[in-house]
Design a protein around this ligand. Structure first.
Ligand SMILES: NC(=O)c1ccc[n+]([C@@H]2O[C@H](COP(=O)([O-])OP(=O)(O)OC[C@H]3O[C@@H](n4cnc5c(N)ncnc54)[C@H](OP(=O)(O)O)[C@@H]3O)[C@@H](O)[C@H]2O)c1
Length: 319
């Protein structure tokens, strides 16, 4: 019997590697990985593991159409960060939105496609009635809205909302800074210390069980169902303290004004906004209620399948 093809966007990145690892374990699939540079060391490592590496660019729909040919499953993600770093938050948001629409149009034009597993985030603006508009969420939601206008594609789509990476401690606005006189790390910001983070931790390890469960339960997860990929929920300051404890140190959150944040981390305040937004949705899942999304419990994933918070924080590297 001929094998099915699972095509993974962002195959050299964290989320993509999680999906690659899942489909390489499934003998019924040939695994195809998309990258912009098929000669990079990451791409060569994929080839060595039996992945068919294909060169394509999220900014170029024509290349995606070719890369998707014959695919039965596509794991899709866009990348907000390069556009944000190069051009700032507004253009970064727009670039990501267009990347998502490119994926949607190319997926729609792939007749063999059965399932689009679409890693994304919702609109902070819609949820907060315009109080926030976090660029790393809004571009993704623009693409989600576009998918919702394509009924054939929507019927094949699972929206996967990916929770808070522990790697976010590397972003300037969240980075713990050592203060010798205080003998502790500090994070300075204008956050609600109890802002609830819907947390996935080690995304490369912990996204995999979600992708596997989604692929194995298409009847439950297609038709535009929302899967919320998180392993825990935790307050912002509490997470900082858990990280410090895992490292055998002390840490404190130091509150400042939004204006001072703008001086400390100019453009990065746009990424800080997501935590300010989460402060308005304490003890909820970003305003989603249970029953409006599928959690790991709904998908039958055991909590023991995940790397625990303490374990992932212990090995987290902050550059
Ligand atoms: N930080 C969080 O808490 C969090 C939570 C949820 C979602 N996210 C989102 O996750 C996304 C990043 O995913 P990740 O963590 O897996 O990133 P990553 O580890 O930095 O990898 C990025 C991947 O995207 C690929 N890529 C980037 N630009 C591309 C382009 N123009 N065309 C084709 N491929 C491209 C890269 O491939 P090559 O370099 O090999 O081409 C690489 O494989 C961002 O959009 C971010 O907003 C983050």
């Amino acid at each position: 019997m001929s094998k099915k093809i699972a095509t993974i966007i962002g195959a050299t990145g964290k989320q993509g590697r999680a999906a690659i690892n899942v489909f390489l374990q499934k003998p019924e699939y040939l695994v195809r990985g998309i990258t912009r540079n098929a000669d990079s060391s990451a791409a060569r490592a994929l080839k060595a593991r039996g992945v068919e590496v294909v060169q394509a660019d999220l900014n170029d729909e024509a290349t995606l159409r070719v890369a998707f040919e014959g695919s039965h499953v596509i794991f899709g993600t866009t990348d907000f960060v390069p556009g944000f770093v190069q051009y700032g938050s507004e253009r970064g948001r727009d670039i990501e939105a267009e990347q998502g629409r490119n994926v949607a149009r190319a997926a729609q034009a792939t007749p063999t496609l059965e399932h689009l597993i679409w890693s994304t985030l919702p609109s902070t603006s819609k949820i907060s009635n315009g109080k926030y508009a976090c660029p790393n969420f809004e571009g993704k939601e623009a693409a989600n809205d576009f998918i919702r206008t394509l009924p054939d594609l929507l019927a094949k789509t699972t929206f996967v909302l990916v929770g808070w990476y522990d790697l976010n401690f590397n972003y300037p606005c969240y980075k713990p800074v050592w203060v010798e006189a205080a003998n502790r790390y500090v994070v300075i910001g204008d956050y609600d210390p109890d802002a609830t983070l819907v947390y996935i931790g080690d995304v490369e390890k912990n996204l995999g069980p979600f992708v596997k469960a989604i692929a194995e339960q298409p009847e439950k997860t297609k038709n535009g169902a929302i899967v919320f990929a998180y392993t825990d929920t935790i307050g912002f300051e509490e997470l900082l303290k858990r990280w410090a404890k895992a490292k055998g140190k002390e840490a404190a959150y130091v509150s400042t004004s939004y204006e001072i944040m703008g001086v400390l981390y100019p453009e990065w305040t746009k990424l800080a906004d997501m935590t300010r937004w989460m402060g308005d949705y304490k003890d909820t899942y970003w305003s989603y209620k249970e029953g409006e999304f599928l959690s790991y419990k709904d998908l039958g994933i055991a909590i023991s399948d995940f790397v625990s918070m303490d374990e992932s924080l212990k090995y987290l590297e902050i550059a």
